[in-house]
Design a protein around this ligand. Sequence first.
Ligand code: PSV
Ligand code: MN
Length: 393
Amino acid sequence: MQNNSVGEALDSFQIELPSWGFANTGTRFGKFLQLAAATTTEEKLSDAGEVHRLTGVCPTVALHVLWDFPDGLRSVEETSRLAKKCGVRPGSINPNVFQDQIYKHGSLGNPDSEIRRTALNHIVESISIARQLGSRDVSLWFADGSNYPGTANIRHRRAWFEEALQEAHSHVALNQRLLVEYKPFEPAFYHTDIADWGMALLLAKSAGPRAKVLVDTGHHYQAQNIEQIVAWLLTDGMLGGFHFNDRRYADDDLTLGSIDPYQVFRIFHEIAMYEWETGKRAGIAYMVDQSHNLKGKMEAMIQTVTTAQELYAKAALVDHGSLARHQKNSSLVDAENCLKDAFSTDVRPAIQEWRQSHGLPADPLAAFRESGYLERITAERAERNRSTASSYA
Ligand code: PSV
Ligand code: MN
């Protein structure tokens, strides 16, 4: 499958927005609050809907169960209705087994079996929520780990994770998936129970056929070759999806491609090359996982989405036939140049054309600034946001 056309590539690209990216969030040192930030699930869906209206490629919104379904299953109908009203659909469902006080020493890895059961029940409820919403993916991230050597039985915790994920998988419908996310640090700083892609892969494989790995680009050590992980997971049919964000140091949640756009391009390239070689679609959920602390939340989201489109389109420009030949002949400079030529191509005019041909604004950021949406939500939400702190960004 040779896909050298930017338009064809863009037709096949969609990216999911996180509800939490529109709310006021901060760092562990504090929050700089924005008066326009969403304060309710409806407002988060509305902001996501606006980004979708302007870009045309974000039809689904990732939801966090504790933050967006305070009444659990009882909130499902209302959330469905609100999503529809805002022109989007519920996307991946994210259980939250990291915030409650009982999870101080872990959730599925907690030495207390009752706490493990409570966490598993929440995950099972999240799977039902996803099923009722028609969401395919349930994304699992665990803050489990320990801060000091010798304080946790790493092998027992692994076994508890295995058992619980197998049970969770038995609740997953045929058209649903469990995505297992990994992260080597934070909030635990000695060991994390699912620290890397190998651990996530083993757990997903033991859970069952509908469990896959979720790659969050911020969840790696500095020198890690993320595209190699992507290539390996693709080969095994185990790449479920991405949480995209950029970083300079740790899990910094910076806007996609702000620090290293070539990294994101190389990830998209591995996927495009796989699809070209195999003739199969990779079936990956592309999701954003960013909480913007300083940039305007909606502008940052639009910037991320348009950057993702650009990098995806550039990756589609790689001449796969030539690259395969150069790789076979070990023509190193020529092979590398296949990537560099594509990466250096200015795809923005082609993307603008694509947008116009789809009835979308050529420049979504400019259209957002002209729309008056930000002024309206700032006026509507200012009082509510103001009541949560004394000064504002
Ligand atoms: C954890 O750092 C994480 O990447 C997980 O995906 C969570 O669901 C999300 O961030 C919460 O902000
Ligand atoms: Mn994530």
